[in-house]
Write a protein that binds this ligand. Structure first.
Ligand code: GLA
Length: 398
């Protein structure tokens, strides 16, 4: 469900920033996402099981008669503009010109640039952007921004909306303008999510299958309060480690294209020729790649205990093999699963900060939330912002 207060805020901000027009602005919205399982597998051509959530970015928009895109963002309270003509002439990202890497306007410029590069004839627009999604918390606020802006620009330019191809363009924007070599999971889940469902995505074929979330399952997000900056984090290093293992595998077996094609036996065969750290990274990916299908089966069978176990295995692997957890995230996981009714928990997203998700039986949510909040403060001196999220639909136009 999209909260009506968010939509009202988008409309009010639009009028404050750009004045009231004859017709009220239209609104494009895109959700955030949590990833239930399948972490750091997307850029290895593997499987993921994300779920779009009922927290959104909303963009109130109206067309302009020129080729200028003017945008106001409530957070950080800034209005900026760009010319589509000058953007079109650029051959690469040059993020610096649009603000610091990863800045909100860089994402917006990146999306417009990628759409122009794909041959879409864009028209100018005024955009007012509001959000009830935490920024840089691992809930894909950047993908939600990219996809909601793409939806708005596509609407003013009379382009038909294909969520898959616009997700790929948004990923391109992230690579070129934000400097993050991210996979396709975030943009795809935000663009094509289905209400009531998680999505089992094959990141090689981009096939996405709906996986209904069991009725008695609740998903609770615990924000560690530690913000990570993906662009400056070790994300790209992890990706490079995977690429080294693929190169070693391919030099012996030419059919290997990605870690998705590597299994335990092959990894053991390659190990003597690889850095032991790279072997650990690959071992995580090889095992993690099996888990999305396992959790999807568990959800279909309404077997929450099995789903929870898989989440625990995933977290341990991210902590010990991929080394992207933090003591604070481990603490949140420990506190959550110590509570009856919480069947599993794990970090979600890239790691290095951000959020933990917990799978909780309906009826136990309040107690799990309050115990974890109290325990986290006691053990780390930090407070966690906990909220329950439901499975939402993907980007839409209102
Ligand atoms: C970030 C990236 C995704 C994915 C996750 C880790 O969210 O944007 O593409 O790689 O990290 O699973």
């Amino acid at each position: 469900m999209i909260r009506s207060t968010l939509l009202q805020r988008a409309q009010q901000d639009f009028e404050k920033a750009f004045g009231s027009a004859d017709a009220p602005p239209r609104i494009a919205v895109a959700p955030g996402r949590i990833n239930l399982i399948g972490e750091h597998t997307d850029y290895n051509d593997g499987f993921v099981l994300p779920m779009a959530i009922d927290r959104h970015i909303a963009v109130a928009f109206a067309p302009r008669t020129d080729r200028i895109v003017r945008a106001h963002a409530a957070e950080p309270g800034e209005t900026r503009e760009l010319s589509l003509d000058s953007l079109e002439q650029r051959t690469d990202g040059e993020a610096g010109k649009w603000g610091k890497r990863g800045g909100w306007f860089g994402y917006l410029a990146g999306v417009a640039w990628a759409m122009l590069g794909a041959g879409h004839a864009l028209r100018g627009a005024d955009l007012a952007i509001v959000s009830n999604l935490a920024v840089a918390a691992g809930l894909s606020s950047s993908a939600a921004l990219e996809i909601s802006v793409a939806r708005a620009l596509a609407a003013v330019s009379d382009l038909s909306w294909d969520p898959f191809s616009f997700a790929v363009l948004a990923q391109r924007a992230e690579h070129e303008f934000a400097g993050v070599e991210c996979g396709i999971m975030d943009q795809l889940s935000v663009a094509v999510g289905r209400e009531g469902c998680a999505l089992l995505i094959d990141c090689r074929s981009l096939e996405a299958r709906d996986v209904p979330v069991p009725e008695n399952a609740r998903l609770v997000v615990f924000d560690s309060g530690i913000r990570r900056d993906l662009a400056s984090s070790a994300y790209n290093d992890r990706r490079a480690a995977c690429a080294r293992v693929v190169a070693a595998a391919r030099s012996r077996h030419s059919w290997v294209r990605a870690l998705r094609d590597v299994d335990d036996t092959l990894l053991t065969e390659l190990s003597p020729y690889l850095d032991p750290v790279d072997v650990r990274r690959a071992a995580h990916v090889v095992a993690e790649n099996q888990r999305p299908a396992g959790l999807a089966d568990a959800f279909r069978a309404c077997d929450l205990a099995k789903a929870g176990r898989l989440m625990m295995h995933s977290h341990a692997s991210l902590r010990d093999l991929y080394e992207v957890s933090l003591p604070e995230l481990d603490t949140l996981v420990e506190l959550a699963v110590a509570e009856p009714g919480c069947v599993g928990a794990r970090l979600t997203g890239a790691g290095f900060g951000g959020c933990v998700i917990a799978l909780v039986e309906a009826g136990s949510v309040e107690r799990v939330m309050s115990s974890v909040e109290a325990g986290y403060e006691e053990r780390t001196g930090r407070s966690t912002m906990a909220f329950m999220c439901g499975p939402a639909g993907g980007a839409s136009l209102l």
